[in-house]
Design a protein around this ligand. Structure first.
Ligand code: EZ4
Ligand code: CO
Length: 409
């Protein structure tokens, strides 16, 4: 079964998405997500200028061979742009293979290991009251686990707080990237954050009790010793995980954090290959793998990372913010359902316009996601609806400290 067409579709319903559509000589189509938040067009170009011509007339069934061909023949390996492009091809080929088999994709991975996929949502607020309201609202939507992010006294805007206005007065809600010509500037103070955050978790535990699984994202902003201190300070509140506590380009940094705290650690949303995890997994320095299928070379690469992790009792926590398209989410859900070492799945929910462009069979009921039973990954792209939402430049924010120094966002 030969590939006849490879089309790259850029659309911006609630935000920008890049999608690859492969079509075989028999007219079977497969979709792959190639969205890289704030750098979308670079992946679109990588695909349409450099990859699409290589795919025409290739055997659509040879997924592993195509992955290895795209990875090794580029010579310049790894990196978010390359790996998002490879991911899109990989997921589109898995979609085609499952459609040809007449099965939902998870069946090709050995079938379901569980009935549903526990998801966590993003609760946040500028004040305790606002945060509590957000937790209650998420509970009403069915969520059984929640990430907790709050404002920090003295800071104007902090990552992950949906209700806060950005510099141009718009709410964050679905997405921190802003449709404007320059990245929005936010501010940061690590000492203020380290003082404040444990008090937030104390009040959440007092209000909601010990059972609700609570998560937190440090978003790469601490040094190892600061992260160790935070992990220790949060131990009484029994976190499900502390995410991205250090930047972790230096994997060895996590050794220090690990020596000092029993708070479970999750990392990897900005990683793009198994090599980024080599020390972390082998030395059991983390508890959860946070990569996105979309940013790490697709299902083929994610299965290898997660099988490697399984040998060390490390579980999945696949990245699922709104900048992963419904195509990337669906691919993650098929893996989540099938693998044994599933941990939890991030799920933020997309906006109405996005759901019109990407029609999905996956469901979210009583806190559990399920990819559905349609052959393939279960997502179709309404290309006419996509065309109504042209690309709009958008940038993620960045941080400056009080003295003007740029800091990790
Ligand atoms: O900030 O994907 O855990 N989730 C996250 C995300 C990231 C966005 C950046 O585009 O950290 O919300
Ligand atoms: Co994160």
């Amino acid at each position: 079964m030969r590939i006849r067409a490879a089309d790259v579709i850029v659309t911006s319903p609630d935000r920008n998405f890049v999608t690859l559509k492969l079509t075989t000589e028999d007219g079977v189509t497969g979709l792959g997500d190639a969205t890289l938040n704030g750098r979308e067009l670079s992946v679109a170009s990588y695909l349409s200028d450099h990859v699409a011509p290589l795919l025409i007339d290739r055997d659509a069934g040879r997924i592993e061979d195509t992955w290895q061909f795209l990875y090794r023949s580029a010579y310049w390996r790894r990196g978010p742009v390359t790996m998002a492009a490879i991911a899109a091809v990989d997921v589109a080929l898995w979609d085609i293979k499952a459609k040809m088999a007449g099965m939902p994709l998870y069946q090709l991975f050995g079938g379901a290991s569980r009935n549903g996929i526990q998801a966590y949502g993003h609760a946040s607020g500028r004040t305790t009251e606002e945060l509590f309201d957000s937790i209650r609202a998420h509970r009403e939507q069915g969520y059984t686990a929640m990430r907790i992010q709050t404002a920090v006294p003295g800071l104007k805007a902090v990552y992950g707080v949906a209700s806060q206005p950005s510099v141009d007065g718009k709410r964050y809600d679905y997405e921190p990237a802003q449709r404007q010509a320059f990245p929005p500037e936010e501010d940061w103070d690590t000492r203020a954050y380290l003082r404040h955050l444990p008090t937030v978790f104390e009040s959440v535990r007092n209000e909601f009790g010990p059972e609700l699984p609570l998560l937190h994202d440090g978003h790469h902003r601490m040094t190892p010793i600061q992260a160790a201190k935070l992990g220790k300070a949060l131990e009484p509140y029994d976190l499900f995980w502390l995410e991205d506590c250090t930047p972790a380009e230096n994997q060895a940094a996590l050794r220090l954090v690990r020596q000092h705290t029993t708070t479970p650690l999750a990392i990897g949303e900005i990683f793009n290959t198994v090599w980024d995890y080599q020390t972390l997994i082998q030395e059991q320095l983390i508890d959860y793998v946070r990569s996105a299928v979309t940013h790490t070379g697709g299902i083929t690469a994610m299965r290898k990372i997660l099988d490697f992790a399984a040998q060390y009792q490390i579980k999945s926590g696949i990245h699922g913010p709104t900048d992963i398209s419904p195509v990337g989410m669906a691919a993650a859900l098929h893996l989540d359902l099938a693998i044994h070492n599933f941990g939890i799945q991030e799920y933020m929910r997309h906006g109405t316009a996005t759901n019109e462009v990407f029609q999905q069979t996956f469901t979210f009921q009583n806190g559990y996601l399920h990819p559905g039973e349609q052959p393939g990954i279960g997502v179709t792209l309404d290309e006419e609806a996509a065309a109504r939402h042209p690309y709009a430049p958008a940038y993620l924010p960045f941080n400056r400290l009080a003295d003007g120094t740029i800091h990790d966002w």
